[in-house]
Design a protein around this ligand. Structure first.
Ligand code: 5GP
Length: 197
């Protein structure tokens, strides 16, 4: 999506350790009008899918997912992170390794809010090695919910997550896929995606 790529070029900061900072429009301050355009693009890309719920993980996915849910006219549920083992039988649980914080989190979602009737669009801000998405897919599978697709704002295409997800045959629409980025020069190159706007 050209709008997002242009914004990343303008305001994204490439850090060492293969981290892109997008604090000024996604991860700290949020550009809600940009999120609206992204949501419209996902609505177009997932047209015809019987999506009845958006799912994400706290914290940074929530802002985008809320706007996407409004565009689709459905609720949004977010998986909650906790550092303690939670043996509550009313929750589905899994463990996720965090890319940015290098910790392992217990992640839970209440059985009340994820059921076999759910047809999910999973949304998140970044896709790196795919740990967050794998955890969300596991929670969906535990619940017997159907994953109709995955919408990611920024995929780092040089990391392994995108290939892992696409191998599963799930429709993954990342609105910007970074092929390479250089922390010394700040240069960023994107993968061409002719089917996107
Ligand atoms: P993964 O689980 O795919 O390895 O990493 C995805 C999660 O880590 C995302 O939910 C995102 O919050 C965070 N993340 C991964 N890479 C980056 C990055 O380059 N920049 C930022 N801001 N967050 C990232």
């Amino acid at each position: 999506m050209k709008l997002l790529e242009d914004r990343i070029r303008k305001d994204g900061i490439v850090r060492e350790g293969e981290v892109l900072k997008v604090d000024s429009f996604i991860n700290h301050q949020m550009d809600v009008e940009l999120f609206r355009e992204m949501a419209r693009e996902w609505k177009r890309l997932f047209a015809g899918k019987p999506i009845n719920k958006v799912m994400t993980i706290e914290a940074s996915g929530i802002g985008i997912a809320a706007i996407v849910a409004a565009e689709f006219g459905v609720p949004v549920v977010f998986a909650k992170k906790s550092m303690s083992v939670n043996l509550d039988k009313d929750n589905y649980e899994t463990r996720i390794q965090s890319f940015t914080h290098k910790k392992i989190y217990e992640v839970i979602v209440s059985k009340k809010f994820l059921t076999p009737d759910d047809h999910l669009l999973i949304v998140d801000d970044f896709l790196a090695n795919g740990c967050a998405l794998m955890g969300l897919l596991e929670l969906a599978q535990e619940a017997g919910a159907t994953v109709e697709g995955i919408g990611i704002a920024i995929e780092k295409g040089f990391q392994t997550g995108g290939a892992l997800i696409r191998e599963k045959g799930i429709q993954l629409e990342s609105l910007a896929i970074i092929e390479s980025m250089n922390s010394a020069t700040g240069e960023i190159t994107f993968r061409s995606q002719p089917h996107q706007s």
